[in-house]
Design a protein around this ligand. Structure first.
Ligand code: NAD
Ligand code: ZN
Length: 322
């Protein structure tokens, strides 16, 4: 499975490394979120059936998170589940989406509402694929990496300041950070494959991030998922400071990093009400509580912290002051 961009930019490199794939059949999906629909899944199941794909076949998903999400979903459902491998070609795919066996399609514009847990047989990460990735997509991936680093590393901000901003990031530095992020996510998934406990730490930045993404999309502004999560992490670091006593230093350093990379958004009171509306529909909530992963200190996450509406408003309004 692939999309037009991974076909154009990544197939030559993949086939040069894995000659056996010269014989593979290609199934193309639409670019981006359009791929993640039950209609596309249904067309793919029919195409697999028409092509004689059987229970011994292997699906290779070559692309970003949208390709691995739909490709994994199709593999999980076809003949009650066939094997699949993810070959991520975006930074988001490499450090996050391709790992962990969460597959999903969207329903009526609502993201990831239907899906299966089905682990890939392998995830093959090659950072050479990133050479053709547009800057905006790279930035989106850098914030997903930042998330993993803040969760796992007591020196996360020092590393981020040196490689994301000051000197720029070399291919070698990027590859070594990707490897660290992949290992961390795989370890978390191995410890909690079904998202019952510690895997939920990976939602850091996402309670606010998803709501900010939906809010910006509703206004007709396109904001990448990673950048929305980047802003979400600023809000959740602010609440970590307020509610868990995290020092103000990482909050200030992170906000200044965010500002220099993408600019700090300034929300109005009216914006905060809209964002809050989206947040109340988040599928991470339970018993009507808004739940976040917060940070005791860099490298020490705390899952499922309940926050109230005023704390949401406060965080959205205050981050611009750091
Ligand atoms: N399953 C999970 O655990 C998980 C985790 C995080 C994100 N996701 C999902 O992943 C999706 C986002 O993934 P994404 O950011 O990779 O988006 P994406 O798959 O849409 O890829 C981004 C863009 O880059 C293009 N592209 C991909 N590789 C390229 C390359 N090497 N060169 C040039 N262009 C290339 C794509 O065609 C697309 O236009 C979302 O749907 C999100 O919900 C899933
Ligand atoms: Zn994310």
């Amino acid at each position: 499975m692939l999309d037009a961009n991974s076909y154009e930019n990544c197939i030559p490199l993949l086939i040069s490394k894995v000659k056996a794939l010269e014989e593979a059949m290609f199934f193309e999906v639409p670019v981006g979120e359009e791929a993640k629909s039950i209609e596309v899944a249904s067309q793919l199941w029919q195409a697999l059936l028409d092509s004689g794909v059987d229970r011994n076949s292997l699906i290779v998903n070559l692309g970003g998170g949208c390709v691995s999400d739909i490709g994994g979903f199709v593999a999980a459902g076809y003949k009650r589940g066939i094997r699949y491998i993810n070959v991520p070609t975006t930074l988001v795919g490499m450090v996050d989406a391709a790992i962990g066996g969460k597959t999903a399609v969207n329903l009526n514009g609502s993201k990831n509402q239907v899906g299966f847990f089905q682990m890939p047989d392998a995830v093959c990460v090659c950072t050479d694929f990133l050479d053709t990735l547009p800057d905006e997509e790279m930035m989106s991936g850098l914030f997903e990496m930042a998330k993993t680093m803040i969760l796992s590393d007591a020196d996360a901000l020092t590393t981020m300041e040196s490689v994301f901003v000051s000197d720029g990031i070399s291919h070698e530095e990027l590859t070594s950070l990707v490897v660290r992020c992949v290992k961390f996510k795989q370890d978390v998934v191995d410890a909690d494959p079904r998202d019952k406990s510690i895997r939920r730490m990976l939602n850091f930045g996402h309670t606010f991030g998803h709501a900010i993404e939906s809010f910006e999309n509703e206004k007709g502004h396109s904001v990448s998922h990673g950048i929305a999560v980047g802003v979400g992490m600023a809000c959740e670091l602010y609440l970590s400071h307020k509610k868990l006593g995290m020092s103000e230093v990482p909050l200030k350093r992170y906000c200044s990093l965010l500002d220099s990379l993408v600019g700090m958004p300034k929300y109005t009171l009216r914006d905060t009400e809209s964002i809050l509306r989206f947040m109340k529909h988040d599928k991470k909530n339970r018993n009507d509580l808004i739940l976040c992963t917060l940070i005791q200190e860099e490298g020490v996450p705390v899952i499922d912290v309940a926050i109230d509406e005023n704390e949401v408003r406060d965080a959205l309004l205050q981050i611009a002051k750091f």
